[in-house]
Design a protein around this ligand. Sequence first.
Ligand code: DAH
Length: 386
Amino acid sequence: MRRFASAATRRIALDNVAGMALGKNSNITSSIAEKVGRNLHHVPKHPLRTIKGIIEGHFEVAHGGKFRAFDNLSPIVSTQQCFDDLLTPKDHVSRLPTDTYYIDDDHVLRTHTSAHQTELMRAGERHFLCTGDVYRRDEIDASHYPVFHQMEGVKLFTAEELPCGVDGDVTSPECIGFIRNDLQETLGGMVKTIFGDNIEMRWVDAFFPFTEPSIELEIFFKGDWLEVLGCGVIRREILSNCDLSASHGWAFGLGLERLAMVLFGIPDIRLFWSEDSRFIDQFEDGQITIFQPFSKYPPCFKDVSFWLPQDFHENDLCSVVRDVTGDIVEDVSLIDEFTQPKSGRTSHCYRITYRHMERTLTDAEVDEMQYHVRERLAADMGCELR
Ligand code: DAH
């Protein structure tokens, strides 16, 4: 029978991530720590590596080898790199420990590859792509997973490369328009390489703390508009903080899983992490082929009801579930809630769907996992079980 370590023993076993000591307030669980260093974007035949290769190859050909590709930067970054350097406000939700994995007070597992923009620009890079695993505490469903992969792209222009006129003002409306055009042309070309020349696309206004204007690119794929990436013209303050006031430029960031799921027809984001050879062996390096599901095993539902503790956050519940069950839970949904009029206390009922990707789970196994989930909800989160 599988044994589950208690919270205390797990803390002792998990005292560092990638050689970095965990501070006492770290919210990194062992199931997350195990993902650091898996580097799916380097795994031969892996769909994420193929998508990365297609995009890097496109830039190589279409932009004469000007873009340098980085794919080996540590996922542990400072809060300065991840948030402050990108002008993310101090009270922005993305900084909260309910959303971000903290190593200690000043270091996080990067929540986006944008965290490398300023270090690379300061190192003198002016055209680059940067790919890596990123980490976000999140809900559980078929398209959300607390680790995924992004690619960042940046292009800087000197005043001579921009239509600035005699005064060399890289911030003139003409220059901004030029940069925006170049951005849209570059990314439009990239999307055509990935999806074919006939792909329908549209640009949508967006907001990111680090770009102005900010836009998103959507494509029409199999009957739905699908958001592919966020991008924009880099905010001046970011550049001046990097001693690059004389330059201007654009940046974009895209999620590799999202692209791989639609292109390979991969229905569940957990499959990318499968260590079953039936997953990886169906793919070839550099080729897009439609995923063949291996036999489906039946799901098993378990409900848990409890009175909410103070400061209850669903992401904390999902962290506990993941930590106890690994990848075996495919969905956690709120199915009932009510507030007692007299006491004002609120109760939630969650349905947890267990399904193993590679075999049928036994009742005893599911019961044991559910038992441990309940125990941890009470012990770690102060939920009063009903
Ligand atoms: N970092 C953003 C995210 O994770 C994506 C993004 C948006 C990156 C705009 C950029 C950008 O470089 O300019 O959602």
